[in-house]
Design a protein around this ligand. Structure first.
Ligand SMILES: O=C(O)CCC(=O)C(=O)O
Length: 290
């Protein structure tokens, strides 16, 4: 592409938002690009020059093909309203058996109930009553989640007003994740049963999301593994292209095309850059033909 810098050394801030020329094949090490899409609160002027606009409703391109971000998708009042709703035990129930808290709305989900945590925190094995040092395999359970609640209607209306989902389509599924401290989510592609786009609205803390480009898979089973959040997803062949994209608070991330189907995303389990009391809650919306 003619507007990409020809030199590998980046000179201007906008250069950092263009793909770096590919490393030659002898050098397979991952090149990590920092997409410093700053939280608007931190630096408005930086954003104006750093990220290209792709539509009239302020949807901005990133260095992951097909991935766009709409900053300030919701107001602070809406953010607080959503958090109050999600944290209200009378109206919502967090699932607390994973390392992060999460909640599902819409449809049925096959969830793997993880084995109980070790009673002794030093121990890597699980203390079961009759088999003291055996890890219990996760059990699949089908859960029917409550429907998407009316509290999310303003988000759904905005998706429609901004034509984020295809004409006539609205998300029927939403997973809500709450991350604190060093919590994250391992690399995966969203389940292939869902369509395009996959859309995530972020509340509270900004976070860096890491994207890994997948190598074209010859076998269907290998491709399917990319979407499972188990050890298998991490072993799926990748090209080595890695991009770190900053997800600001109150933004909306839209994964289309390559970013939805051909790249895994993850949130690293690290407290680096997260202050005391940091918390991020994401609402990931998905749709499928039914
Ligand atoms: O927290 C996020 O933005 C991503 C969540 C996600 O990928 C998922 O729940 O599958």
């Amino acid at each position: 592409m003619s507007d990409f810098p020809t030199s590998k050394k980046r000179k201007r801030i906008s250069d950092f938002f263009m793909p770096r020329p590919q490393p030659n094949s002898s050098n397979q090490e991952a090149k990590i690009e920092k997409d410093q899409i700053q939280d608007l609160d931190q630096d408005q002027s930086f954003l104006a020059t750093a990220v290209s606009k792709v539509s009239q409703h302020d949807e901005r391109a990133t260095s992951v093909p097909g991935l766009t971000i709409i900053p300030n998708f919701i107001s602070r009042e809406e953010e607080e309203g959503l958090l109050n709703f999600l944290d209200d035990a009378e109206r919502c129930t967090w699932r607390t058996d994973l390392s992060r808290k999460c909640m599902h709305f819409g449809g049925t989900y096959c969830l793997f109930t993880p084995p109980p945590r070790p009673t002794n925190p030093q121990s890597k094995t699980i203390a079961l009553t009759n088999t003291p040092s055996v890890s219990a395999p996760p059990k699949p359970t089908i859960h029917t989640a409550p429907p998407i609640p009316p509290e999310f209607s303003p988000l759904l209306s905005r998706f429609a007003a901004q034509s984020i989902f295809p004409p006539g389509k609205a998300p029927q599924y939403c997973i809500v994740n709450s991350y604190t401290d060093a919590q994250g989510i391992s690399a995966h592609v969203e389940n292939y049963a869902f369509g395009e786009p996959v859309v995530a609205v972020s509340l509270r803390g900004g976070v860096s999301m890491r994207f890994h480009e997948l190598a074209p898979a010859r076998e269907e089973s290998v491709r399917m593994d990319a979407s499972v959040r188990s050890g298998k997803a991490a072993k799926v062949p990748r090209t080595g292209k890695v991009r770190d994209v900053w997800i600001p608070a109150r933004s909306c991330v839209v994964m289309r095309r390559e970013s939805r189907w051909g790249w895994q995303h993850e949130i690293l389990r690290t407290s680096a850059g997260r202050g005391v009391g940091w918390r991020r809650v994401s609402l990931t919306f998905r749709w499928k033909d039914e």
